[in-house]
Design a protein. Structure first.
Length: 208
């Protein structure tokens, strides 16, 4: 199996970001939707990102936020990639001069291929277990037998942890895995041992 990319989402603390970097995680997600339990102020996120080593992708996550707020955050943080987790139309995703990925609410979307077709230009699609209008990061999973055939990279999320990520990878064969609650002791507070165990489980399945 080729190398699996890993994204840790919901980063709020510098120490957690450093542990992730030391573990070789590929991307870190920062949630900028106010009201989220994992919300981080843009200035704080910028400081965390500036301390990261090279070649770690910083992802700014939004969910049905006002375009002015997305522009403000993007200007302050300068993320590498935007992630839209709500009901944004393609024009809402593509208008900020940054590549973007779109979350697919698997609990509401029956035809993932048709859903993805309405977001041309997306750099990838994140398959999560939530319903439309609900946030991710709830620790829920969807039926992994529902693997869509898309040209764009698939990012698997939803209820992943060290105990099940290997099985998820074997069944879904995604481009990347994305975890938030599965490596936390509380929302926005990552647990170093859970982070290490998750990465170890992913790396182990790569040798299958």
């Amino acid at each position: 199996m080729t190398r699996m990319r890993i994204k840790f989402c919901g980063i709020t603390r510098q120490g957690d970001a450093q542990v992730a970097a030391d573990l070789g995680v590929d991307a870190l997600g920062f949630v900028f939707t106010r009201g989220s339990r994992r919300f981080v102020e843009p200035d704080s996120a910028r400081a965390i990102i500036r301390a990261l080593p090279a070649f770690i992708t910083a992802v700014a996550l939004f969910m049905d936020d006002e375009p002015a707020w997305v522009r403000e955050v993007t200007s302050i943080v300068n993320p590498s990639l935007l992630q839209f987790h709500g009901e944004e139309a393609v024009a809402d995703c593509a208008g900020y001069g940054k590549p973007f990925i779109k979350a697919v609410p698997m609990a509401s979307v029956a035809d993932v291929a048709s859903y993805a077709a309405s977001y041309p230009g997306a750099s990838g699609f994140l398959l999560d277990a939530h319903r439309s209008g609900e946030p991710g990061g709830q620790g829920l999973r969807f039926d992994w037998s529902r693997r869509p055939l898309l040209e764009q990279p698939l990012i698997l999320a939803g209820g992943l942890d060290a105990a099940n990520v290997a099985a998820a990878i074997r069944q879904m064969r995604p481009y990347a895995v994305d975890v938030s609650s599965g490596i936390e002791s509380a929302p926005g507070i990552k647990d170093a041992e859970r982070m290490r165990a998750f990465v170890a489980a992913v790396r182990a399945v790569e040798t299958d």
